[in-house]
Design a protein around this ligand. Sequence first.
Ligand SMILES: Cc1cc2nc3c(=O)[nH]c(=O)nc-3n(C[C@H](O)[C@H](O)[C@H](O)COP(=O)(O)OP(=O)(O)OC[C@H]3O[C@@H](n4cnc5c(N)ncnc54)[C@H](O)[C@@H]3O)c2cc1C
Length: 647
Amino acid sequence: MAEKWTNYKAHQRLVNPKNKLKLDVIVVGTGLAGASAAASLGEMGFNVLNFCIQDSPRRAHSIAAQGGINAAKNYQNDGDSVYRLFYDTVKGGDYRAREANVYRLAEVSNNIIDQCVAQGVPFAREYGGMLANRSFGGAQVSRTFYAKGQTGQQLLLGAYSSLSRQVEAGKVKLYTRYEMEDLVIIDGRARGIIAKNLVSGKLERFTANAVVIATGGYGNTYFLSTNAMGCNCSAAMACYRKGAYFANPSYVQIHPTCIPVHGDNQSKLTLMSESLRNDGRIWVPKKLEDAKKLQAGEIQGPDIPEEDRDYYLERRYPAFGNLVPRDVASRAAKERCDKGYGVNNTGLAVFLDFSESINRLGYDEIMQRYGNLFDMYEEITDVNPGKLAKEINGVKYYNPMMIFPAIHYTMGGIWVDYELMTTIPGLFAIGECNFSDHGANRLGASALMQGLADGYFVLPYTIQNYLADQAVWPRLSTDLPEFEAAEKAVDAEIDRLMNIQGKRSVDSIHKELGHIMWEHVGMGRTKEGLEEGLRLMKDLRKEFETNLYVPGTKEGLNTELDKAIHLRDFITMGELVAYDALHREESCGGHFREEHQTEEGEAKRNDADFFYVGCWEYQGSDEKAPELIKEPLEYEAIKVQTRNYKN
Ligand SMILES: Cc1cc2nc3c(=O)[nH]c(=O)nc-3n(C[C@H](O)[C@H](O)[C@H](O)COP(=O)(O)OP(=O)(O)OC[C@H]3O[C@@H](n4cnc5c(N)ncnc54)[C@H](O)[C@@H]3O)c2cc1C
């Protein structure tokens, strides 16, 4: 397996430089995956059309990534290697990822760091000038490269500068504030898209020899999530409706360290980076009466002395402590809160405390590492987590942060093969929108790694294997009946939504969807809950179809209309998540079926029956249940076993 990628590259078909000039590639998305792919394909000589919904590629959701990006450089000399990154990723994903893809990801991870340093990405450095590392969950080594709490932003600026160079060179044409509404298939191959100019409201047709989707994840199906408000799954759903399989939709990541929900009028949740778990310790009170007093506001966290604190992750998982993977940490928080030990007035929060590390390393050092995250927390909650609050028996206690799990990332996505091609020839999917390399749970700092691996180092090879024989075909006209039919269908659908003229806003229906998803398809799932969730979503779809109100007109800028289109697709996506979760009678990674757990409350996999990628095929209507197709997993390098973070 270690040779597979090298062998692939040695034997794949190539496109000669003259032919590259004749070939057009559409890349939808300018996040880390899309921008890196578009820049690389432009540099190679292809003609690239690059789309995004924001006013600048730099505003893609990737800019929000805080904590870091993994690579197996082993700069710390702490035992890291390509194999260990590969192994940690497969284990972290609860043995539900494809081995060969993950190995390739680990293999190219080191190239990403070199590439980004060459672009000028200002990674944090040690005093002596070496690139610094910190630890993220699910690993016992320090392999995470970072730029303070702004890693995504700095990486995206790097990718954007490469992209801009290609725009200037005329190899990439940027279409900002354009939204892909549909995929055009001609003779069974992806040959173009229908996109809406979000400013004029007009639909436009674009043709190419291949289409690459890099449109991010579907976390906003849950309404409240850490994702940017504009994140949506509409392009992915358009591909799914045209025949692309959707894989493992139930693998949704719930991140343990987010600022808790504070009310029903909230539209966004904020992540506190996992990097904080390097030095922050997670705890709840040991005594129920202390938890009750905290919930009633009678005492504060710093009033509780060391001996009465339950550092439950360190207690339950001594080998990994606060750095267990996200699914494990989230479930452990839920378990404490369900038993009544939660803090905050809701009882739905736990503490993330820096007292020990500030006492050990000093305030300045902690600020150096996490200053902007502390500021962000204070701006949102009005609590300064670095402020000295109390001294008990000579021990200084600082204000802790309060955190709670929230929807953050989606491991499921459009199914792709080893070449990142979907089930539709000529349609590729990269970054978070594909079903990716993370199995049932992604390790922290591995999404940026995957997005950039796909865009800089994998797709630029594999797409050539597809494009090699495409240069002989003349450029297709957008007047072909397939383009005509696709545009008409999108236009009719927009008219339909505009004409419902009911009473409910998009957000009110979306919020209801979010409640259904969190209650029934969230952290703890059961057969009954999922069936009820599906029933409620079917009712909600009816409500959407009959009682939606979209103000304004379809001409010109109409963000409510755009949100309505997204919501239509989130409902279909929500059902897809529920169908997958219902059929998967096991617990693995982020998918926790309460019926399938060990006596200690850990996820209990069923390898005998579910050792496969669950792919879902559209059946011609959003109202029909999709059909399941299984891709069996085959492991040759790693022994499949029960995950253990205890010893
Ligand atoms: C708060 C937060 C912090 C994170 N921190 C980290 C971290 O520290 N490390 C890590 O590894 N991961 C992190 N992640 C995850 C990581 O940021 C994402 O998985 C990753 O950035 C996704 O990149 P992408 O290129 O696949 O998609 P995105 O960055 O979401 O980009 C999607 C692109 O597609 C475009 N688009 C979408 N739909 C359409 C359409 N229909 N038509 C045209 N264009 C469209 C958008 O305009 C955008 O350009 C974090 C996530 C969050 C929410």
